[in-house]
Design a protein around this ligand. Structure first.
Ligand SMILES: *[C@@H]1O[C@H](CO)[C@@H](O)[C@H](O)[C@H]1NC(C)=O
Ligand SMILES: *[C@@H]1O[C@H](CO)[C@@H](O)[C@H](O)[C@H]1NC(C)=O
Ligand SMILES: *[C@@H]1O[C@H](CO)[C@@H](O)[C@H](O)[C@H]1NC(C)=O
Ligand SMILES: *[C@@H]1O[C@H](CO)[C@@H](O)[C@H](O)[C@H]1NC(C)=O
Ligand SMILES: *[C@@H]1O[C@H](CO)[C@@H](O)[C@H](O)[C@H]1NC(C)=O
Ligand SMILES: CC(=O)N[C@H]1CO[C@H](CO)[C@@H](O)[C@@H]1O
Length: 195
C-alpha cells in the first residue's frame, strides 16, 4: 500500500528530476534557469566546459550566457589554491596550490600569498612566506592534521603549560609563569626578606 503522502513525495521527486534533466551536462537549475555548475563555463548550459589550470567559476550569469568566456567566468582559483596574478579579459588568474596540510576556505580571485592559506588543523599556526609549512600553534604540540580525516593533530599542552610554535613533543610544553604564580612568588620573596 502506498500512502497518498509517499505518492505525493514520489510525484514531486519525479517532477524535480524531470525538470533538472532538462539542463545540459555539468549544469543544474537555479530558480527556473539552467546554469553551468560552479567550476564550469559556457555560452549556454548545453555547452559547459571545465575551467582550466586550477581556476574556478561561480554558478550563475557570470559563468553561463552568450557573452561568457573562460576568462570572464574562470576568474577564481579553486579551493586549495591561492591567486598569484589576477585574471583578465584575456588571461586566467595564476593559481598556486597551498602548502600541504593547508587550504583556502573559499575560491579566491584577489591576488594573495601563502598567508591566504590556513592549516586544516584548527590549532595550526598562521602561514606566511617565512613559515610556509603547517606547524602546531603556541600552546599545542604534535603533527598538524594533513586532511580532515587524518588522525594526526595538534594536542593542547596540559593546563598552565605552554609551548612555542612548532612544538612536536609534549616535553616542549613548559610551565606558564602566569601572573598569580608570579604574585605569590613576589609575596614569598618579600616575606622571606622581611623575616
Ligand atoms: C549552445 O552553444 C553552442 C556553442 O556556442 C551552440 O552550438 C548551441 O546551438 C547552443 N545551444 C543552444 C540551445 O542555444
Ligand atoms: C594552462 O597551463 C598550460 C601550462 O602552463 C598552458 O600551456 C595553457 O595555455 C594554460 N591554459 C590557459 C587557458 O591559460
Ligand atoms: C615561524 O615559526 C617559528 C618556529 O618555527 C616561530 O618561532 C615564529 O614565531 C613563526 N613566525 C610567525 C610569524 O608565525
Ligand atoms: C592553573 O592556574 C590557575 C591560576 O593560577 C589555577 O587556578 C589552576 O588551579 C591551575 N591549574 C592547574 C591544573 O594547575
Ligand atoms: C618525546 O620526547 C621524549 C623525551 O625525549 C621521548 O622519550 C618520546 O619518545 C618523544 N615522543 C614522541 C612522540 O616523539
Ligand atoms: C564534475 C562533473 O560532474 N563532471 C562531469 C561533466 O560531464 C561529463 C560528461 O557527462 C562527466 O563525465 C563528468 O563527470
Amino acid at each position: 500500500m502506498i500512502s497518498s503522502r509517499s505518492l505525493a513525495i514520489l510525484v514531486l521527486i519525479l517532477f524535480y528530476s524531470q525538470v533538472n534533466a532538462q539542463c545540459g551536462q555539468n549544469a543544474s537549475q537555479v530558480g527556473s534557469t539552467c546554469y553551468c555548475n560552479s567550476g564550469y563555463y559556457g555560452t549556454n548550459d548545453s555547452n559547459c566546459q571545465q575551467c582550466q589550470n586550477n581556476t574556478y567559476s561561480l554558478q550563475g550569469v557570470s559563468n553561463t550566457g552568450p557573452q561568457v568566456t573562460q576568462f570572464s567566468a574562470c576568474s577564481y582559483c579553486q579551493v586549495g589554491y591561492y591567486v598569484t596574478t589576477p585574471g583578465t579579459s584575456a588571461a586566467l588568474p595564476g593559481c598556486l596550490q597551498c602548502p600541504s596540510s593547508s587550504t583556502t576556505i573559499n575560491p579566491l580571485s584577489q591576488p594573495g600569498s601563502i598567508s591566504s592559506c590556513v592549516c586544516i588543523d584548527q590549532h595550526g599556526a598562521a602561514l606566511s612566506s617565512l613559515n610556509n609549512s603547517c606547524q602546531c600553534n603556541i600552546g599545542y604540540y604534535g603533527t598538524p592534521q594533513a586532511s580532515t580525516t587524518d588522525p594526526g593533530r595538534c594536542i593542547p599542552c596540559p593546563a598552565n603549560y605552554t609551548s612555542p610554535i612548532g612544538a612536536v613533543n609534549s616535553t616542549q610544553c613548559t610551565q606558564q609563569l602566569d601572573s598569580s604564580i608570579l604574585t605569590s612568588f613576589i609575596q614569598l620573596t618579600i616575606i622571606s626578606i622581611l623575616l
